[in-house]
Design a protein. Structure first.
Length: 94
């Protein structure tokens, strides 16, 4: 009886965990759709590099500097755009 309960709990955990990760990616994508164009550029550039163990500040800072120096995003708005993008990117780390 105890073995069945443990087996059932393991089966439920295995099916729920991947769904939770998918839900976070879905919510992050929905969040990104609402971003201003410069913030969306930052999100798009950094999202593939965001993993649960990634240093989000470093990844976003590097991408933002590259985009600003290339003229892809406004240098004056780079900081605020990055902060907006981070709100969505944090959902990918959950």
């Amino acid at each position: 009886m105890t073995f069945r309960v443990v087996l059932l709990a393991a089966a439920i955990a295995a099916t729920v965990a991947p769904g939770a990760a998918f839900a976070d990616a879905t919510s992050a994508g929905a969040c990104a759709q609402k971003l201003a164009p410069d913030a969306r550029q930052i999100y798009d550039a950094t999202a593939p590099q965001v993993t649960p163990g990634a240093d989000l500040k470093s990844v976003v800072t590097t991408a933002t500097k590259k985009l600003a120096m290339a003229g892809t995003i406004s240098r004056g708005d780079a900081r605020s755009s990055a902060m907006s993008a981070v709100q969505c990117l944090q959902q990918l780390q959950k």
